[in-house]
Design a protein around this ligand. Structure first.
Ligand SMILES: [Fe+2]
Length: 310
């Protein structure tokens, strides 16, 4: 398909960059072929026409945007993160080359790596998870948890970067099919209002949402603990499942990610509003293994607020 724009013809868009660049490329491709304002395309399958073809080349190991049909961006007017979900957002080709990530600085490696790990853990334990995605998600958890520390502290470690690139890709495939849940739902308002990087926002909430979720599926959370490298031999199912919370908290701490909402400028007075915003994200909350009311969301934010600062 060929598109005329300001006197020039385009039939292909190539996005090279992190998740925001890839998402922007995806949205631009459908904006060229759909008349609606971009705000009218927010939501699930509102896009009528296929966009022009895209090739996506990620330069971080995190979002998995190169294999998902989501595009997430900040609506600066409403100060919230919004998502367009459509199969027309999938690229024609994704090129995932770990060599492109060798110069990513440690803080970005840490945040994007945690995002990928959250994609894997959330999609594995999601309501929409299934046999097709379970194995993919577990493999992503294994690769990311064994190599994220190395990738953060020695960015030139090619093997670690390879694991992270593959882990992020697999997590993206799993997320694209099974979806994510409450960690992402609670993280989005932090991105919109406080401009917290997506991976950091996820990481801040991850232990507390997992602590809440564990009882909803002890078997699966015990499997997550195993994939995270925890020794669960001799433990009860309940103890094994709880290891997930410990392992994720420890990993985030080891790679220097902020550990309390206070670290990113949130005050106690902000919490009711954050909970209100998060409770509207049904698309994700409906896919979380355990149902959350606004009160429970508030409680999770409070725990994340009271957590020890870095
Ligand atoms: Fe994410």
């Amino acid at each position: 398909m060929m598109i005329q724009l300001e006197g020039k013809e385009y039939d292909l868009l190539i996005g090279v960059g992190g998740g925001s660049v890839l998402d922007a490329t995806k949205v631009l491709s459908i904006m060229l072929t759909n008349q609606e304002n971009v705000r009218d395309l927010v939501g699930i399958e509102k896009v009528q026409n296929a966009g022009i073809s895209t090739i996506l080349v990620p330069t971080t190991s995190g979002t998995g945007s190169e294999v998902t049909y989501n595009a997430i961006f900040t609506d600066v007017r409403d100060k919230v993160k919004k998502g367009i979900v459509s199969p027309y957002l999938l690229p024609k080709v994704a090129i995932v080359d770990p060599a492109l990530t060798l110069t990513v600085p440690p803080s970005v490696t840490a945040a994007t790596g945690m995002d990928a790990l959250v994609h894997a853990v959330e999609s594995y334990t999601a309501i929409r998870a299934g046999e097709l995605t379970d194995g993919i998600a577990l493999q992503a958890i294994k690769l990311i948890s064994r190599s994220l520390r190395k990738a953060v502290y020695n960015g030139k470690d090619v093997k670690a970067r390879e694991d992270m690139a593959m882990g992020s890709l697999l997590a993206g495939i799993s997320l694209g099919n099974a979806g994510v849940g409450a960690v992402h739902a609670l993280a989005y308002p932090l991105g919109g209002k406080f401009k917290v990087p997506h991976g950091v926002a996820n990481s801040l909430l991850l232990p507390f949402v997992m602590k809440y979720n564990v009882v909803a599926d002890l078997e699966k959370f015990a499997e997550v603990a195993k994939a995270l490298g925890e020794n669960i031999e001799g433990l009860s199912l309940r103890e094994a499942a709880n290891c997930t919370v410990y392992a994720l908290t420890q990993l985030a701490q080891d790679i220097g990610i902020p550990s309390s909402l206070k670290d990113v400028g949130v005050t106690a007075e902000d919490i009711p509003n954050l909970a209100e915003e998060a409770s509207k994200i049904d698309r994700l909350l409906n896919n979380n293994p355990r149902w959350l009311t606004v009160k429970e969301i508030e409680k999770i934010y409070e725990e994340a607020y009271r957590a020890n600062t870095k």
